[in-house]
Design a protein around this ligand. Sequence first.
Ligand code: ADP
Length: 454
Amino acid sequence: MSLKRKIIKKKTQNPKLRPSSSKLETENSRLRKSAEKKIKERPGELKAISMDTNSLIHELQVHQIELEMQNEELRKSRAEIEESRARYSDLYDFAPAGYFTLDKNGLILEVNLTGTSLLWADRGRLIKKPFTGFIHHNDKDVYYLKSNELFRTKEKQSCDIRLVRKDGSIFYARIECILAKDSVGDQDQIRMIVSDISERKKAEEDKERLNRELEQMIYVTSHDLRSPLVNIEGYSREIKLSLDELQSALQDGAGPETLKNRIARIIEKDIPESMDYITKSIFKMDSLLSALHQISRSGKTEFEAAGVDMNSLVRDVISTLEHQFKEKGATHEISKLPSCICDKKKINQVMTNLIGNALRYLDPKRPGVIKVSGGKKNGQIVYCVADNGIGIAKEDMDKVFDIFYRVSSDKKGEGLGLSIVKKVVEMHGGKVWLESEPGKGSAFCFSIPDGDKN
Ligand code: ADP
């Protein structure tokens, strides 16, 4: 085989470099021409050689130059391929969504960096692992259903499911997958895009919560405001009847003593009694309306976050409630509290509501003790207000944070304080919860993200 053929054979063995036959010929003749041109630029080297040897050496030199040129072109192509591979790998790894390639049994074959950071796991921990191992157990059926559909229809499938990270934390993800063939072209693979949709889910949940709150408000305006209105209407009619009776008593011509007694009863008892109910109903309506006003304002007012000394904030709250403490014969124990970054006025309102409730729902059978404590845990600052009061039954524990929910109506209140507490704490990015035992007492706690940790 001639040297030239050998070169061509070598070049054509690599399928990626294998050009079509007409292309190959053009390419060879281009190389030949360029090599011939270059050799003419070095004629001195051939002078002392006989014609045959001369032509052989010429041929060899041509091939040598051809090889050098091919080599140069290969080097260039390799550099281009490497550059484009680096570009592709950056685009793949740092894409805004996680890319997963699964084999037909659902084992992870490839994953980009975004995918690993979504699951908080290294690539090594993901490869060859079943993708279903990262799906929340309640959402596995949804995924299996979609995956069956994918193989049946061969069409793109998508679903929203919860994924579980390496540390056990959960997030909502949108999964979109298509079916593809592996690089050899004989095995089915699943190509999957995974996007974190927790923000969107949270916005949807917030919307649902707001709708529920709105429904409750409508319920209150239509039900709770109606009952004082019915009272006002009823007792106004009573007053009208009393006035009619007064008029007929004056026209009856009864003896002065009977007349005096009837008038006295109407003026001193019937009318004041009705007036009293009317006034109470007006107060009830007024407090319900101002409660509605308060709740609508609590979400709207400006949020001014700053470092707040919670020890002095709680001292202020206690001093405004000093009178109630004395009245109830209750005492307080305040631990050293960590500072936090929050809206001082709003957190003052939270503490006032919690300590106020702790006082209001004390058990008269024992001396009241209210404890305020605080500490740092998992990047959160947690504050608790605990009492030894009447406590709350299990079935009421979730509901007490609902707007206008009251466990019993025998104490003053609108069922509003805790819903404001919840709203304000959530506005700070925190959570509120409670522990309670009927007959023993309750502890209301709330968390605020630790500004120092973020
Ligand atoms: P309000 O106290 O005005 O009724 P809240 O929203 O502050 O409204 O509280 C809702 C309900 O939760 C109260 O009616 C009460 O039944 C219950 N509650 C709140 N705090 C306590 C507490 N510290 N101990 C026992 N029950 C409580």
